[in-house]
Ligand binder design. Structure first.
Ligand SMILES: [Zn+2]
Length: 379
């Protein structure tokens, strides 16, 4: 039943752990390393599906927590699944909702069974168990499903981190059992696959324990969770390098919620294949622009008469047509087009960074690409 899914490694970099791969899913193939734009409520904010396709987006992420609350996974199931509902015939990864639920400070309670929480929309009570979140993601018809995990804040005590690792391990086993049983009962016809999530904060021995447990259970892919939550950058990189090396060479590795364009390059070098992050879209809505010269805030008065494009080196449709002065004006005037143009450019920049990474690995010069990025102004 998992035959629609396959991960191929096409090339490996000789100097780093970077690898070039291809992920085959029921809704098409994804060239890796890849970046997955975040489509929280079934929409990548300020984008249409046509624009995402124009940008060359291969796969998007949907948030289970948000879609479960509104419009509800049963409605999406009745509408033929998330792909059909949002008219996105390409691959979709859904998160487990765990991260959002854990972030509901004072509105959630974690037990052995799962997480009780109150909706941020209307205060109503809900319960997520490891089984329930697999069932919801199956109703959505996701290509890649994620297990429910407990993500601890940074900093957290060793005791709290250890407890979260153990609980995540027990939940992972329950999620996997439920997933396999539902496939055997042929209840899930979507042919999606399930990824495990490795926790453990910035403690290598806990990361190792978590990774070993996930591999013992066995998943189609392995995600690194609980990073980019406030720890120093060097810790993000070190934990990524250490943890990625523990997971099977033949399985895809997904670094959750990371990061800046520089982080993408640095973490590909450490063996990561998949990324997602709200940075390009959220920053865009706040006038934060990623460019080859670093980050700029386009609202600034210094751009009022600047006829140049956002990024002189960018070939996106926005940079080919519009000036900094115009986009700055759109932000000042509160025009919706400001968010649309900024998001379009930022997503192009992220996706183009991934294209360049893939080309460099293919051409066997990722090492020199990495050196140039390290020496350059990239954000
Ligand atoms: Zn551009």
């Amino acid at each position: 039943m998992l035959s629609h899914f396959k991960f191929e490694i096409l090339a490996r970099d000789s100097e780093t752990r970077a690898r070039r791969g291809r992920l085959h899913t029921p809704h098409g193939t994804v060239e890796t390393p890849c970046f997955m734009p975040v489509g929280t409520c079934g929409a990548v904010k300020a984008m249409t599906q046509e624009l995402l396709e124009e940008l060359g987006t291969q796969i998007i992420l949907g948030n289970t927590y948000h879609l479960y609350l509104r419009p509800g996974h049963e409605i999406i199931r009745e509408m033929g699944g998330l792909h059909r509902f949002i008219s996105w015939p390409h691959p979709i990864l859904t998160d487990s909702g765990g991260f959002q639920v854990m972030s509901l400070k004072g509105l959630q309670r974690i037990t052995e069974e799962g997480v009780e929480f109150r909706s941020h929309l209307d205060g109503s009570s809900h319960f997520f168990s490891p089984e329930r979140v697999v069932e919801i993601q199956q109703a959505l018809g996701s290509d890649i499903l994620m297990i429910l995990d407990e993500c601890v804040a940074y900093p957290s005590s060793e005791e709290a981190t250890k407890r979260a690792v153990k609980l995540t391990g027990r939940w992972a086993r329950r999620a996997r059992n439920f997933f396999l049983e539902s496939i055997n009962r042929r209840e899930d016809i979507s042919s999606g696959v399930l990824y495990g999530i490795i926790q453990g904060g910035v403690d290598n021995s806990l990361r190792q324990e978590s990774a070993e447990e996930m591999m013992e259970i066995g998943f189609e892919g392995y995600a690194l969770g609980g990073l980019s939550v406030g720890e120093p950058k060097s810790a993000t990189y070190d934990v990524t390098e250490f943890t990625a090396a523990l997971t099977p060479e033949e399985s895809p590795r997904y670094l959750m919620g990371v990061g800046t364009p520089r982080d993408l390059v640095e973490c590909v070098a450490r063996g990561i294949d998949q990324f997602d992050c709200v940075m390009p879209t959220r920053n865009a809505r706040n006038a934060g622009i990623f460019t080859s010269e670093g980050r700029m805030v386009i609202k600034s008065a210094r751009y009022a008469r600047d006829e140049r494009p956002l990024d002189l080196a960018c070939e996106c449709a926005v940079c080919r047509r519009y000036s900094r002065a115009y986009i700055r004006h759109l932000f000042s005037a509160g025009e919706m087009l400001a968010a649309i143009l900024a998001t379009y450019h930022n997503l192009y920049f992220y996706l183009d960074t991934m294209r360049k990474i893939r080309q460099a690995i293919d051409a066997g010069n990722f090492g020199s690409f990495l050196s140039k990025v390290r020496a350059g102004p990239l954000a």
